[in-house]
Design a binder for this molecule. Structure first.
Ligand SMILES: [Zn+2]
Length: 124
């Protein structure tokens, strides 16, 4: 490129201005902001089975092995009542209370006794 400016000076291509366009953003000047605050607490939902399992207690914030209490579900009592009403008074009405499908395994924290979850094969 050649020519003269308003003061009669020759116009030259400026190599410094050509090398650094004005709208280039240095990626190091603006570090990426984290999407969440640093002290975010994440609780995982534990899937319990019939046996004691290791989990984090959300109440006392400690890794614990759960204490399991076995209970009979309401369906066991309902079925036992139905069997008794049907005429079986000789102990048959107690059979549902001994069936695995009607058991509920409640998992609690052994330290603070907080309820952590349950396992049951029965949908009731
Ligand atoms: Zn606890």
């Amino acid at each position: 490129m050649s020519g003269y400016d308003a003061y009669g000076r020759p116009i030259q291509d400026d190599p410094v201005c050509m090398a650094s366009p004005a709208h280039t953003v240095d990626p190091g000047a603006f570090p990426a902001q984290p999407a969440f605050p640093a002290q975010r607490v994440v609780y995982t939902v534990a899937v319990f089975g019939p046996d004691p399992s290791n989990t984090n207690c959300p109440n006392c914030q400690v890794q614990v092995t759960t204490a399991v209490q076995v209970k009979d579900s309401i369906a066991a009592y309902a079925l036992g009542t139905f069997i008794a009403l049907a005429g079986c008074f000789c102990g048959c009405c107690l059979i549902p209370c001994h069936m695995e499908v009607f058991k509920i395994y409640e998992h609690k924290c052994p330290r603070c006794n907080a309820y952590l979850g349950k396992y049951s094969r029965s949908p009731f």
